[in-house]
Design a protein around this ligand. Structure first.
Ligand code: AP5
Length: 215
């Protein structure tokens, strides 16, 4: 199964991608995570990426398309994968369709996370993740079962993203509405767009997605 997740920053794409990955045993390909790894490497390219990401803008289509072209050809993607954060522009979506044609595959579902902009700053400003395994949490909506201990790996080290501040979130939202929202009619035209009400609590969104993907 190939699933594309579409939605604004903080809509819950990464959170739900982990659930889908576990339920269907397919990898989550998060372009945000891949870029953050490149930044952490401290390479000259990483430094350029950091500037773009902290401005709330988008990394160039060329870089992103090359990144995904290589990744989806890897062995673990054979039975399917989840795209979290790609495509984000019409050019990326068209390139993805061409890549799929080249390898004789097609996306099954493009899943839109429908949320009001008003709740996104609260979701993003409370977000933190495990510094060891990357499991995601929230100060109010998704705390670890034991305070200060990661549910998944037991680590006690946590981290917060540099771009999770009110100013950058505003810019990321603007980029979403200007450059990514036009993908909704694109995937509607391909007949694979499905929408989930992502204003609900995490477990309810999880159930709605499970129903939709199992249908
Ligand atoms: P990326 O890492 O993809 O960030 P994003 O799209 O802005 O999405 P987020 O990770 O912020 O949100 P999410 O929807 O995954 O929410 P989450 O599940 O964590 O991209 C970062 C940057 O990289 C971009 O700005 C850009 O510069 C660059 N980039 C990446 N891909 C690119 C591309 N293809 N082209 C160009 N540039 C690219 O949830 C948020 C919080 O809310 C969490 O704390 C969670 O616990 C909580 N939560 C989740 N669901 C719920 C719920 N239903 N109710 C209550 N709380 C919830």
């Amino acid at each position: 199964m190939i699933v594309i997740l579409l939605g604004p920053p903080g809509a819950g794409k990464g959170t739900q991608a982990d659930f889908i990955s576990e339920a269907h045993n397919i990898p989550k390909l998060s372009t945000g995570d891949m870029l953050r790894e490149a930044v952490a490497s401290g390479s000259p390219m990483g430094k350029q990426l950091q500037e773009v990401m902290s401005s709330g803008g988008l990394v160039s289509d060329e870089i992103m398309i090359d990144l995904i072209r290589d990744r989806i050809r890897q062995a673990d993607c054979k039975t399917g994968f989840i795209l979290d954060g790609f495509p984000r522009t019409v050019a990326q979506a068209e390139a993805l369709t061409t890549m799929f044609e080249e390898i004789g595959r097609a996306a099954d579902v493009a899943l839109e996370f429908a949320v009001d902009d008003g709740i996104l700053v609260e979701r993003i400003s409370g977000r933190f993740s495990c510094a060891n395994c990357g499991a995601g949490y929230h100060d109010s909506f998704n705390k670890p079962a034991k305070d200060g201990v990661c549910d998944r790996c037991g680590s006690t080290e946590f981290t917060r993203r540099k771009d999770d501040n009110a100013e950058t979130v505003g810019k990321r939202l603007e980029s979403y509405h200007r450059q990514t929202a036009p993908l909704l009619p694109y995937y509607k035209g391909l007949g694979i767009l499905r929408t989930v009400d992502a204003m609900q609590p995490i477990d309810e969104v999880k159930s709605a997605i499970a129903q939709l993907l199992n249908a």
